[in-house]
Design a protein around this ligand. Structure first.
Ligand SMILES: [Zn+2]
Length: 344
C-alpha cells in the first residue's frame, strides 16, 4: 500500500510500504477515506533527524473497517469509524477517568512503532477502545467536520475545558492555527461571552470571527498583553487557551490571565521549562492541559456536528490526494494553507 514516509526534516515521500494487517487480536485494519496533516506534523517536518527507515506519518483519520482481530467485539467490518490520534483500550484506570491519552495499553499513531494514517490503510491497535462508529455514509457532506474529531476539535475543546471556560466569562485563544480556531468554537460552545483571538494571519482571523471571536489582537509580547488588558477593563481574561507551545506564547498566556484565572495548554511545549512561574504563582493562575483525550470528547461533540451547531471542518482549506501530501506539508509550513485534508 502507499503511505507518507518522513525521512528527515523537509523530506516527505509517498512510498510503497507493507500492507496494514492484523497483528494483535485487538487490532482493526481501517481503509482510510479521509486523513489530514496536523500542525504538530510540522515539528518533525522542521526538525527531524535523518532516519534510514523513516516514519509513516499521520494521526487523524476516518475510514472503513476492513478487518478485525479475534478479540474485537464492538467494531465490525464495514463500519465507518473515526480514529482519535491516540489509541486506548477503553478499560484501564485512566480510560475510566477519561484520560485516554494516558491509557496503560495506549500509544500514538504516526510514531516509529505505530505507522500513521496518511496512507491507504492503517492498523488500529485496541480497536474496541479507540474507534467510534459514525452514523453517516463515507462521503457525507459533514466529513470535514467529523474528521476534526480525530484531533483538532477535541484538542481545542480540551484547551477550553482545561482553562475552565464557563458561561459569561472572558476567554482568550493564543494561536490561530486549526486548533486555536477550534478553541474559539469550543469557548463559544461553553458559553464565553467575549473571546479574544491572538493571531496574525488575515484568513485565519476572518474564520475565527465567524466561529465567534469577538476581538482580535495581532500584536505580540508586551504589546499583546497591554491590548488584552485594555479589552478587559485592565484585569485580563478568565480563561486562556494556549494553542501554540512556544515560550513566547506560554508567557503571553500567563500574562493575560486575570488573578484566579486558568491557562489550558494544548500546544506541544517546545521547551522543558515553563515560563512565568512567579506571575502564575502570585496571581493564583492554574496551568493545566496536555495531550487531549479526544476519545473522551467524541460522544459529546458528535451531536453538535451532526445537527449543524458547530462546523469545525471549515478549518480545512485545501483537499489533496495522497500523491500531493509532500506539497501539503510545504503548503502548511509556508502558511499557505490552514489545514490540509487528504483523500487517499
Ligand atoms: Zn486504557
Amino acid at each position: 500500500m502507499r503511505a507518507t514516509v518522513m525521512y528527515e526534516a523537509g523530506d516527505v515521500r509517498i512510498e510503497n510500504v507493507p500492507d496494514a494487517t492484523i497483528i494483535e487480536p485487538t487490532d482493526a485494519v481501517v481503509r482510510v477515506t479521509r486523513a489530514c496533516i496536523c500542525g504538530s506534523d510540522l515539528w518533525p517536518y522542521k526538525t527531524m533527524e535523518p532516519s534510514d527507515n523513516g516514519r509513516v506519518m499521520g494521526h487523524e483519520a476516518i475510514g472503513v473497517v476492513e478487518a478485525v482481530g479475534a478479540d474485537v467485539r464492538n467494531i465490525k467490518r464495514g463500519d465507518l469509524v473515526v480514529m482519535p490520534f491516540a489509541f486506548s483500550d477503553g478499560t484501564c484506570v485512566f480510560c475510566h477517568e477519561r484520560l485516554q491519552t494516558s491509557c496503560v495499553h495506549g500509544g500514538f499513531f504516526g510514531t516509529v512503532d505505530v505507522p500513521g494514517a496518511q496512507a491507504e490503510a492503517v492498523r488500529v491497535p485496541q480497536a474496541d477502545g479507540t474507534l467510534v462508529v459514525l452514523p453517516v455514509g463515507e462521503d457525507d457532506a459533514l466529513m470535514p467536520s467529523l474528521l476534526t474529531l480525530s484531533d483538532v476539535m477535541g484538542t481545542g475543546h480540551h484547551a477550553a475545558v482545561s482553562a475552565n471556560v464557563g458561561p459569561g466569562e472572558i476567554a482568550a485563544v493564543v494561536g490561530d492555527g486549526a486548533v486555536g480556531l477550534c478553541g474559539v468554537i469550543a469557548a463559544k460552545r461553553l458559553g464565553a461571552k467575549q473571546i479574544i483571538l491572538l493571531g496574525r494571519h488575515p484568513d485565519r482571523i476572518a474564520l475565527a470571527r465567524e466561529f465567534g471571536a469577538t476581538d482580535v489582537v495581532s500584536k505580540r509580547g508586551e504589546e499583546a498583553v497591554e491590548r488584552v488588558r485594555e479589552l478587559t477593563d485592565g484585569y485580563g481574561v478568565h480563561a486562556v487557551l494556549e494553542c501554540v507551545g512556544l515560550e513566547q506564547s506560554e508567557l503571553t498566556a500567563i500574562e493575560i490571565a486575570r488573578p484566579g484565572g486558568a491557562v489550558g495548554r494544548v500546544g506541544v511545549p517546545q521547551d522543558e521549562t515553563m515560563p512565568a512561574s512567579q506571575p502564575a504563582f502570585y496571581n493564583n493562575i492554574s496551568v493545566s492541559g496536555g495531550p487531549a483525550p479526544v476519545r473522551a470528547y467524541i460522544e459529546e461533540l458528535l451531536p453538535d456536528i451532526l445537527e449543524g451547531r458547530i462546523e469545525p471542518g471549515r478549518v480545512f482549506d485545501r483537499v489533496i490526494g495522497l500523491n500531493d501530501v509532500p506539497d501539503g506539508y510545504r503548503a502548511m509550513n509556508d502558511r499557505e494553507a490552514i489545514k490540509v485534508m487528504v483523500t487517499p
